[in-house]
Design a protein around this ligand. Sequence first.
Ligand code: ADE
Length: 418
Amino acid sequence: MDYDIADIKLKEAGATRIEWAGRQMPVLRLIRERFAADQLLTGERIGCCLHVTSETANLMRTLQAGGAEVALCASNPLSTQDEVAASMVADYEVAVYARHSEDRDTYYQHINQVLDINPTITIDDGADLISTLHSQRQEQIEGIKAGMEETTTGVIRLRAMAADGALRYPLIAVNDANTKHLFDNYYGTGQSTIDGILRATNILIAGKNLVVCGYGDCGRGVAMRAAGMGAKVIICEVEPLRALRAAMDGYQVMPIGEAAQIGDIFVTVTGDKSVIRREHFAVMKDGAVLANSGHFDVEIDLTDLRDISTSVRTIRPNLEAYHLEDGRQLFVIGQGRLANLAAAEGHPASVMDMSFSNQALCAEYVAGLGEPLPVAVHTVPQHIDEQIAALKLKTMGISIDSLTPQQEEYLSSWEMGT
Ligand code: ADE
């Protein structure tokens, strides 16, 4: 089997990490057991570009259990857990192409190696497989039944492709499933971003002005956890509805130009580029900490920051000090890449349980389609979303009420009022 990883000797440490994550992914385990019995993914080749973590390893095991051949590359050069990659290769025979801190050329070489398996299904986190297929390997597209996209940023990219008429195969926006974005983006990004900031800096959050740029599900999660730790949270937004929601949730809302002057910690979670840029760095306090938790490393404009810096030095693992001409220092976590994955371990397994159960069940859904899906960006079928919510509740030992026949009737009638 072909693969390219840092060191196969790390496999034992990886195996225990995969085991630990697996304990907290009971829904995926149930799906894996069923997949092993049903074998409905037999004959499928699934090309995956995801964060190479212990949670992803459990998704790979699940797809394999269903009979699929899988190949995996990283969706971010800094999130790869080398020991997990080693165990996936040695213990699970997953063709992994990922090395922590790989350079840009290696990153794209690995994407191409995954595409060399001629996937029938793709799974992306950020749409890099999809965009490589569309820009450089169009001849393979015909053999692809459909793909899944994990994250908000990727889905935005895909919708832009569809709007341009550039999309050539059907995609399912796993990100948009309720059991994904209402949990992974909110609780996962909320907790793991704070985790990344703490591991990189070990600063006290209480009493700090913490600025969150973007009040989508991820921004709301970060704001909630930061406020819970005693930060004075400031929200910057461009969408009036989201800004209004932030204000009603009790946060200060202001433009980044103002927030830049008073923030101690900044977190970007917008999905857009240059959210914090030259004019903002110019007015920041000495010692300000900058973290990005959006998918790509474009939200904090590091080209601008480098331009106005006299030097850059690593002061702690995953923390770089930028020295400005006027003597101030600004501190950037994880080179402006996803702080939760670069400086910590990403979302906890129990939330990835739901996200990756969506991926697994969508793969099965695509494999079982009689007719191909129309070329478009599709939502996850509702029955899959509902099944995952029901299974998650069950594995948490929570039972819920069901409607009485009278209540059912009341809900479906329009004649009954008071
Ligand atoms: N995205 C965010 N957290 C993740 C994790 N732990 N594993 C894979 N993908 C992730």
